[in-house]
Design a protein around this ligand. Structure first.
Ligand SMILES: CC(C)(COP(=O)(O)OP(=O)(O)OC[C@H]1O[C@@H](n2cnc3c(N)ncnc32)[C@H](O)[C@@H]1OP(=O)(O)O)[C@@H](O)C(=O)NCCC(=O)NCCS
Length: 269
């Protein structure tokens, strides 16, 4: 199995072998700067004066991206395939962004970055395996938030997915899962289609919880990208729920991780 690289084991286990992912805790700015410097990551000028939280999130996201890219390159080198994928120059590891904030990956690579709930999180793959990838990490919302925001984010059909094949999710977990999966789908689709989608444009169609646990599983989503032109996409992915040590199943202590792929699944490990 691939190195977990900070990614929860429940999620790492479900990743197709062509995807490399990494997560990094959003710690102190000094520690993040040191690690970023080691990886040749610099803050863009536009963020030099940003608040501490934004700079820490940015660096944790980029550190995760650099680690995931480095894994991808390492695998490509081992398979004698590096030239096809990346130039192999260390500078190729630093990821800039375009005017829409979409990360600019090295040629031949697709990927996605998220930061939230105390972690940066990124995933990458060769562009000939997928059209796009999307990742997201969120704090599981409170019961009150799930009730209040539910109607804006979840369809009745999605709420039904709480029950699942093997195990039930709480309403809070189901809300957070649908929200996060839709954010991930958006990040996978936007770089290609450049269309702003709403929550009702992306529906979570299926959730397969792993047998005996609700803590991780596979997902399928359907996105309507351009209703008039009949452009739509089916995306697959996976999720994991993790809770801090000492925490209970209480919403505040738990996070939800999603990773979504647009295009072929590239083959399971
Ligand atoms: C892009 C968006 C999904 C980011 O989500 P978020 O929860 O605010 O933030 P996250 O930490 O998970 O992700 C932020 C990262 O996403 C990436 N990103 C930003 N805009 C992006 C886009 N349009 N496409 C792909 N990736 C994008 C960036 O790498 C960003 O991090 P960075 O600025 O440090 O580089 C959100 O801000 C947005 O624009 N939403 C509008 C559309 C939407 O949410 N529709 C409902 C779901 S279909």
């Amino acid at each position: 199995m691939k190195a977990a690289n900070g990614v929860p084991p429940g999620l790492a286990r479900r990743l197709p072998r062509h995807i490399c992912a990494a997560a990094h805790r959003i710690g102190r700015i000094e520690d993040l700067r040191d690690e970023a410097e080691r990886l040749k990551i610099t803050l863009p000028a536009s963020l030099e004066r940003a608040i501490d939280k934004r700079r820490r999130e940015y660096l944790a996201g980029r550190i995760s991206a650099a680690r995931a890219l480095s894994d991808l390159l390492g695998t490509a080198v081992a398979e004698g395939d590096a030239e096809r994928l990346l130039t192999g120059r260390p500078e190729a590891i630093a990821v800039a962004a375009d005017g829409d904030d979409v990360p600019l990956w090295p040629d031949g690579v697709v990927g996605s970055i998220s930061h939230g709930a105390g972690f940066g999180f990124a995933a990458v793959a060769a562009a000939d395996c997928y059209r796009g990838l999307g990742v997201d990490v969120e704090r599981v919302v409170s019961a009150d938030q799930a009730l209040r925001l539910g109607p804006r984010v979840l369809t009745d059909r999605e709420l039904d997915l709480r029950r699942g094949e093997h195990c039930c999710l709480t309403r809070e977990e189901m809300f957070t899962l649908a929200f996060s999966a839709k954010e991930s789908a958006y990040k996978a689709l936007f770089p290609v289609h450049r269309r702003v989608l709403g929550f009702s444009d992306v529906e979570l169609e299926r959730r397969d919880g792993a047998k005996g646990t609700k803590r991780s599983g596979d997902l399928r989503l359907r996105a309507t990208i351009d209703r008039d032109a009949g452009v739509a996409a089916t995306l697959v992915g996976c999720y994991a729920i993790t809770c801090d040590a000492g925490g209970t199943n209480g919403a505040a202590a738990c996070r939800l991780w999603t990773l979504v792929m647009d295009g072929s699944d590239g083959g399971r490990p």
